[in-house]
Design a binder for this molecule. Sequence first.
Ligand SMILES: [Zn+2]
Length: 458
Amino acid sequence: MAAARRIVIDNGAIATVDAHDTEYARGYVVLNGNRIESLGAGAAPEGLENVVQRIDASGHLVTPGLVNTHHHFYQWITRGLATDHNLFDWLVALYPTWARIDEPMVHAAAQGSLAMMARGGVTTAMDHHYVFPRGCGDLSGAIVRAARDMGVRFTLARGSMDRGESDGGLPPDFAVESLDEALAATEETVRQHHDTSFDAMTQVAVAPCSPFSVSTELMRQGARLARRLGVRLHTHGSETVEEEKFCHELFGMGPTDYFESTGWLGEDVWMAHCVHMTDSDIAAFARTGTGVAHCPSSNARLAAGIARIPDMLAAGVPVGLGVDGTASNESGELHTELRNALLVNRLGAHREAALNARQALRLGTYGGARVLGRAAETGSLEPGKLADLVLWRMDTLAHASIADPVTALVFGAAAPVTASFVNGRRIVENGRLLTADEDAIARSTREQARRLAAIAAR
Ligand SMILES: [Zn+2]
């Protein structure tokens, strides 16, 4: 066996986000290879062998790495368009452009999306990709490659659409696949990229886009496929009042009943948004263990509404946070979603009791790992779990006078990341990515955005 290679992080405030919300005002974390070996209050144990690096975390808060549970990487090159639209109008405005994407565009957009999240403390990312125009190249391969090169833990939700305009759906016909094509390509993606090991860097989920762009048959057969292959299921649900109306008109029932009728509630399922949920919808999610990706900024940007997160948490529904695609959340950051989740939910029925800072941090870490099915491996700082963690700098102008570091992280300005580790590997140093060149990515994404705009205008 190879000798242990230890990294010792000393003198930081630590929020473990374990089951007891254990925190240390001053403590240590010892990493050994790709695992957390030990952590606790006070100074690190003496006499540790094979210590390759010591990091003085004075003035820092150490937390689990952030986990993003909903995103569409390709939208990085269509940011800032249709800025005053609701969901359906926004989709109709953007689909014709999205239908022109190709492999170089999607690879650059994935790099941009991943870089923005990684330098802001995301250690586990996901991409729900559902636009596969004919002849567009190997989009799934390009996305997986970008995540692997960035060194971020990753779930690819292989999406699909087969309900084009002529079938009463929203996407144009030339942007959709057939039922058989979608199922076959999804199975192939699982076989190529899904890793079942404890420290897997890449996993794949089955992810038809939404009830208004997917046939009932694809929903049903997609659920069967995922269960046959032993992978998770993801889709969009209950995002807007227009979607609710669409489901009632087309299926004679609301979105949650429709999901239940197609096999789409269960502890292997998580859904983005879930804004328009009745008490019985929330009870159905809780009873079945169905998870939710809460995307407060996107919901605000598209005027979708306020998801009932406090009610979901009280009922026991697993909830994580999502950036959502950057065509509906131009910031592309997850650490600002901690703050937005807290603030937006306080505008709802529960007012100041809706969410506190520690609950917001839990949503963005352990809650996210749980909805991605990775809670045993990541999402909290505990011995034996994977070494996915972030050192947030709290001793500068922005945060130094805020009373408590977790409050500072959630209520304060976006905190600088001094270090971010994924699988024991440092990917961020003093706010800069070590695994990618941000300036080169900025150039290539601008170039691909222009290319896409020019092709779409033809
Ligand atoms: Zn989405």
